[in-house]
Design a protein around this ligand. Structure first.
Ligand code: UT7
Length: 346
């Protein structure tokens, strides 16, 4: 089995910040309501010239620089997004060109807010199979382009951003297991079904191009689905919730994160939360939070890091990683059959 390490992480958000006070001037809402029901205080919004690929490229450059890896050394680029620049080329191909990653293959993954976990699981499998040694995995979105800014039920939730990481084959670390699930029969609960290219002079598109959802139904589902996916992933690795060093959940709603943490009996410091600054950035939320956790020194060598997400599809899942940046096994945590046995799963 070939293991993998995260050699570098990067993130990027557009400069413009939209606060709850700004939203109070746009729709009938209040700062207090948004904070109480979601935990969100502000979000970043892409400028007219910015697209998902420009955000992705900025995050990717930081990740590569921190990994001290040249773009020409990349074998593959996988970008998770629901808001690509166009139907094709893929965002991954645009990033490949922007970086000058001359040897890399490139493709996008769309699993709505579950996109990054799906892309990362794919990347680890490429490395585990020996098909690639260095992979750039990105989550990037300009959700502001598919938000109906007149709908207070959705517009207060979403923001734009990008996160990226470089996966590299290593002697130690990588996935301890993952669970990917979908129930397409629940497609009407969260969707944006139209093609968003057609807009009038005011920038308004047809209604079906916007994100539409049944908020309370998704809320209930999210807590239950992510809790179950995490339990299943942990049990495959023969670990308990108390053995998670850091949970990095999709940042959709603070109360959803707290609901999952409570159901699993996690301590507050076990969960990474940054939703207050960025809102829900779909595919970008987990890599952005992971990157921020690394910057805060919360991802030590050998740490067990759990990711979980849910979103349109419906699609949901979880992943457990043994964190490795150096690729050198730490003395204390490589012994025992538990890790070896669980790596076969997923
Ligand atoms: O990545 C996945 C994307 N989707 C999600 O994660 C959505 C998950 N769901 C949620 O996060 C929550 O359901 C929301 C934040 C969307 C809504 O919170 P809620 O506590 O479920 O509120 P609700 O929809 O049950 O609405 C409660 C009240 C309603 O008024 P009435 O009927 O009680 O008079 C709404 O009309 O709050 C009203 N409301 C608002 N009020 C002020 C809904 N949106 C707003 C708003 N400002 N922005």
């Amino acid at each position: 089995m070939i293991h993998c390490r995260v050699a570098g992480l990067g993130r990027y958000v557009p400069e413009h910040i939209l606060t709850n006070a700004d939203l109070e001037r746009m729709v009938e809402t209040s700062d207090q309501w948004i904070i109480d029901r979601t935990g969100i205080e502000e979000r970043h919004i892409a400028a007219p010239g910015e697209t998902t690929s420009t955000l992705a490229l900025a995050a990717a450059r930081v990740a590569l620089e921190r990994a001290a890896i040249d773009a020409a050394e990349l074998d593959l680029i996988i970008a998770a997004t629901t808001t690509p620049d166009g139907l094709f080329p893929s965002v991954a191909s645009l990033v490949q060109d922007g970086l000058g990653a001359s040897r890399a293959g490139a493709f996008d993954v769309n699993a709505a807010c579950m996109g990054f976990v799906s892309a990362l699981a794919t990347g680890t499998q490429f490395i585990g199979a020996g098909s690639a040694r260095r992979i750039l995995v990105i989550g990037a979105e300009v959700l502001s382009r598919i938000v109906n800014w007149q709908d207070r039920g959705t517009c207060v939730l979403f923001g734009d951003g990008a996160g990226a990481l470089v996966l590299e084959a290593a002697e130690f670390g990588g996935p301890l297991g993952f669970v990917l699930r979908s129930d397409g029969a629940r497609r009407d609960q969260l969707f944006a079904s139209g093609l968003c290219g057609a807009r009038d002079a005011e920038g308004n598109g047809p209604l079906d191009c916007y994100i539409q959802m049944d908020g309370p139904a998704i809320f209930k589902f999210a807590v239950q689905a992510m809790t179950e996916a995490l339990r299943e992933t942990l049990s495959g690795a023969r670990l308990g919730p108390d053995e998670i060093d850091l949970l990095v959940p999709h940042q959709a709603n603070l109360r959803i994160i707290q609901g999952v943490a409570k159901a699993l009996g996690l301590r507050p410091e076990q969960a990474m939360v940054n939703i207050q600054k960025y809102g829900n950035t779909s595919s970008a939320s987990i890599p952005m939070a992971l990157c921020e956790a690394a910057e805060q020194g919360r991802l030590r060598e050998g740490a067990r890091v759990a990711l979980c997400g849910f979103g349109g599809g419906l699609a949901w899942g979880a992943m457990l990683l043994e964190w490795s940046t150096s690729g050198i096994p730490p003395a204390a945590s490589t012994s025992g059959g538990r890790m070896t046995a669980s790596r076969a799963g997923g």
